[in-house]
Design a protein around this ligand. Structure first.
Ligand SMILES: C[S@@+](CC[C@H](N)C(=O)[O-])C[C@H]1O[C@@H](n2cnc3c(N)ncnc32)[C@H](O)[C@@H]1O
Length: 287
């Protein structure tokens, strides 16, 4: 069994760490380098103990030979899922102040009498991002959702975070700092022993579909999307994977559609195909 020692990383051999890095890269696109060794060590230690194995090498063997379930469990343990409601609020502000008013004026009304709107939160983690999008939409259109055929797709590789997103139940502390009106309109605080949690209202949850999707794999969606959120995920990928993803996002966006990246992310060489319209907000040209 793995025990505490002086230099913890000593017992994660170079061979095992290299195997783990390669396995994670091939499965998820996430690049792990030496400064992630301690993180890998901590997360693996937990799994090795849970599995009652004797060493990291035994776990590497298990990963090599076990089926999809162990792989899923491992990937869930290795992903970083940090997120929050209205994180990097300038994106939601841009939607509310610039994009939604334009859509209201310019979006064609379809045969069903509604305006089509499709938004994809492509690394949605526990759901705070897609719920923030849904709230922004409903606030901007003053709840008049009947005039819209609006759908938000929320995907992530990690099945645990998706399960949280689907329940729509959060610790109350995660929404505490939101405006009072937003809390009142879109959240229901639990009572009694549940007072430390809050559930999202149906009017936002029914706009969202949560699905497991590995960005490296084939995407079953046809699009086109009006907005794609790809925030704080490509930072874990190498340039090659990033450029491949940008091409695929571009193809799936409607002309004039928006791509939102995270605060420390950029389009690199792909920048030439988009117009920058705000901080980490990029528009696919209309033609
Ligand atoms: C740091 S969170 C970002 C959450 C949210 N977009 C935000 O900015 O607050 C990164 C998410 O990317 C997901 N992820 C990592 N690799 C992925 C892949 N290959 N396909 C899909 N999702 C992936 C992780 O599971 C994690 O939930």
């Amino acid at each position: 069994m793995i025990t505490q020692g002086r230099d913890k990383t000593e017992r994660l051999s170079n061979a095992d760490f290299t195997f783990i890095c390669q396995f994670v890269y091939e499965t998820t696109g996430i690049v792990l380098n030496d400064n992630k060794r301690e993180m890998v060590y901590r997360r693996l230690t937990r799994i090795v103990r849970e599995r009652k194995l004797d060493s990291f090498s035994d776990y590497c063997q298990l990963l090599k030979h076990q089926g999809a379930q162990e792989k899923d469990y491992f990937i869930n343990a290795i992903t970083t899922n940090l997120t929050s409601f209205f994180r990097e609020n300038h994106h939601f502000d841009y939607l509310a102040k610039d994009e939604l008013p334009r859509w209201l004026e310019q979006k064609e009304v379809q045969a069903n009498g509604k305006r089509r709107l499709r938004i994809w939160s492509s690394a949605s983690s526990t759901g705070e991002e897609p719920y923030s999008i849904a709230i922004t939409l409903l606030e901007s259109i003053k709840g008049d959702i009947n005039r819209w055929d609006a759908k938000i797709l929320a995907t992530d590789i990690d099945s645990n975070v998706l399960a949280t997103g689907k329940t729509g139940i959060y610790e109350y502390s995660r929404i505490e700092s939101l405006k009072k009106t937003i809390k009142q309109r879109y959240f229901h605080r639990g009572v009694g022993k549940n007072e430390n949690s809050a559930r999202v209202d149906k009017k936002i949850s029914e706009l969202i579909t949560f699905k497991q999707l590995n960005l490296l794999h084939e995407w079953p969606m046809q699009g086109p999307f009006d907005v794609i959120f790809c925030r704080n995920v490509i930072i874990y990928f190498d340039k090659k994977t990033q450029q491949q993803l940008f091409t695929r996002y571009y193809d799936l966006l409607a002309p004039g559609g928006l791509l939102m990246l995270g605060h420390s992310e950029n389009l690199g060489d792909f920048q030439q195909h988009f117009n920058t319209v705000g901080r980490t907000i990029f528009r696919k040209p209309y033609s």
